[in-house]
Design a protein around this ligand. Structure first.
Ligand code: AMP
Length: 217
C-alpha cells in the first residue's frame, strides 16, 4: 500500500537530511513545511510579512494555514504513490487533519522518530549550513563541506545559515517541540505506527535504520 512517511524529531535531529535521502532513494517527494514557509517568506507579499516574525522566532505558523499548504501540495500528482513529510504534523490538530487526508488519499501512515539527545541538538542547529542553490545540508561540526563555507557541488556560492538557527531561538524551538509535538509520538506509538531510530550517529548509519523502518524490516 502507498505510504505517507512522517519523519519526526526535535529541531536539529536531522529529519531534513534523512528526508532528502529517502526522497532520492525511494523516489517519493519530500514535503517540508519549513522549506515551503521559508520560500513564502522570501516573497514580497502580505503573507510573507505575516510569517516572517514567526519563522525568525521559531514560533509555529497557525494550524489552519499550515494544513492548507499541506493539503494543496499533497494533491499534486507526484504524491499519488505516497510522500515523505518533514516537519508536519507538529500539533494535535495537524495530526488529526493528516489522518483524514491519508484516508481520503488512500495512504497508510508510518511515523519515524529520529531520536537525538538534547546536548547534541544545539550543535546540530547552530552548526547547520545550507547550499542556497541545491539545498544540500552541511554541519560545521558533524558534516563540514570540503572547503569552508562553500557547497561541495556549487563552490561558487557561499553556504547560508537559517535565521532561526541561533542559540537563543534554538532553545525556544526545542521547547515548542516538547510542548506541542512530543504528544504526537505517544499518539503514533499507541496505534503501533511509530518506529524509533537512534539519530546520534553518522548520516548513513541513521539512514540504514530509517530505511529498515520504512520497509517494515
Ligand atoms: P523546520 O524547517 O521544520 O524547522 O521549520 C521552520 C519553521 O517553519 C518552524 O519553526 C515554524 O515557524 C514553521 N513551521 C514548519 N512546519 C510547521 C508546522 N507543521 N506547523 C507550524 N509551523 C511550522
Amino acid at each position: 500500500m502507498s505510504k505517507i512517511i512522517v519523519l519526526m524529531g526535535a529541531p536539529g535531529a536531522g529529519k531534513g537530511t534523512q528526508a532528502r535521502l529517502l526522497q532520492e532513494r525511494l523516489s517519493l517527494p519530500q514535503i517540508s513545511t519549513g522549506d515551503m514557509f521559508r520560500a513564502i517568506v522570501k516573497t514580497e507579499t502580505p503573507l510573507a510579512e505575516e510569517l516572517r516574525p514567526l519563522l525568525t522566532l521559531g514560533r509555529l505558523v497557525p494550524d489552519e494555514l499550515t494544513m492548507r499548504v499541506v493539503r494543496e501540495r499533497t494533491a499534486q500528482p507526484d504524491c499519488r504513490a505516497g510522500y515523505i513529510l518533514d516537519g508536519f504534523p507538529r500539533t494535535t490538530a495537524q495530526a488529526g487533519m493528516l489522518e483524514g487526508l491519508a484516508a481520503e488519499q488512500g495512504h497508510a501512515l508510518l511515523a519515524v522518530l529520529v531520536d537525538v539527545p538534547y546536548d547534541i541538538l544545539e550543535k546540530r542547529m547552530t552548526g547547520r549550513r545550507n547550499c542556497p542553490v541545491c539545498g544540500e545540508i552541511y554541519n560545521v561540526y558533524f558534516k563540514p563541506p570540503a572547503r569552508d563555507e562553500v557547497c561541495d557541488l556549487h563552490p561558487e556560492v557561499r553556504l547560508v545559515r537559517r535565521a532561526d538557527d541561533n542559540a537563543e531561538t534554538a532553545k525556544d524551538r526545542v521547547a515548542t517541540f516538547e510542548r506541542d509535538t512530543r504528544p504526537l509520538l505517544e499518539y503514533y506509538e499507541k496505534s503501533g505506527r511509530l518506529r524509533r531510530v537512534d539519530g546520534a550517529r553518522d548520516v548513513e548509519a541513521i539512514y540504514a535504520d530509517v530505511q529498515k523502518a520504512v520497509s517494515g524490516e
